[in-house]
Design a protein around this ligand. Structure first.
Ligand SMILES: *[C@@H]1O[C@H](CO)[C@@H](O)[C@H](O)[C@H]1NC(C)=O
Length: 259
């Protein structure tokens, strides 16, 4: 009954010339629609809020995983311009030793007058196609750095090591470091993590079989002295000059040794 009464009324109002009345009536008529709209709006706001929230959380997680994955290999890539300043013409033949050697090698191969090779300490299943191609072409080889590397003495001007040594006990360091010095003609650059840095990526733990032992700068320097390895004062000075000009702050310890 009431519907019948409303309908003609509505038609009358709708066709009426008073837009305000019309819209008022329309609003009251569409109030279920309005509440659906409000619910939808609320849902959108909630979704938006949770999306934003998860975005923030995701961002946080990303930052954490960046810290967990903080690798000195990515620091090597950032440091390439400064290494070029420090080593100049002796950056001709470079060997990078460490996880993700492919990333450093492909970066260095883009430079003029630089030949680059890499040693990946452990076979990585997650190598992308460009890395597989570097391995196929012989630029990057997978080799256990606990054993002498298959290169002749002084095969490279510069040997750059990142992360890998953090996983070796002194027993193996005693074999590996002299071997790295053997194959380099002009120097050895070591990127090592700072103590307290998060470095326990599960994949790396399983690769190396032991967690990284991040040693202090004084530990390394004492170790170098004991092992008869000398710091390359000239390279240190030039590297630090280049670094301070660009206010670059390496997130890893960088040591320059003569070979
Ligand atoms: C490593 O070499 C140093 C110096 O030659 C020596 O003092 C130390 O005992 C060696 N460490 C191991 C575990 O062989």
């Amino acid at each position: 009954m009431s519907r019948r009464a409303v309908n003609p009324n509505r038609r009358l109002v709708d066709s009426g010339s008073n837009p305000l009345v019309g819209s008022l009536h329309q609003k009251s008529r569409s109030s279920p629609l309005l509440s659906v709209g409000l619910v939808l709006l609320g849902a959108f706001l909630l979704i938006g809020y949770s999306y934003h929230g998860s975005g923030g959380f995701g961002g946080g997680r990303e930052a954490i995983s960046k810290v967990e994955g903080a690798s000195c290999t990515s620091e090597v890539i950032r440091a390439i311009p400064f290494l070029q300043k420090a080593y100049g013409d002796t950056m001709q033949k470079v060997l990078h030793v460490g996880p993700n050697a492919c990333s450093v090698v492909s970066m260095l191969l883009k430079e003029d007058n630089t030949e680059a090779w890499g040693v990946e300490p452990y076979d990585s299943e997650d190598a992308d196609s460009s890395c597989k191609s570097l391995v196929r072409k012989g630029f990057v080889r997978v080799a256990d750095i606990k054993f002498p590397l298959p290169y002749r003495p002084r095969s490279f001007n510069l040997v750059i090591v990142s992360d890998a040594l953090d996983y070796l006990s002194p027993k193996y360091l005693n074999k590996t470091l002299p071997d790295l010095a053997r194959i380099s003609a002009d120097g050895l650059v070591i990127f090592a993590g700072f103590p307290g840095q998060q470095r326990a990526k599960v994949s790396e733990l399983s690769k190396f079989g032991r967690p990284a032992k991040l040693r202090s700068s004084s530990w390394w320097i004492r170790y170098f002295v004991q092992s008869g390895l000398e710091e390359n004062e000239a390279a240190i000075k030039k590297f630090e000059q280049a670094v301070s000009k660009r206010s670059y702050n390496p997130s890893c310890q960088v040591f320059h040794l003569t070979s």
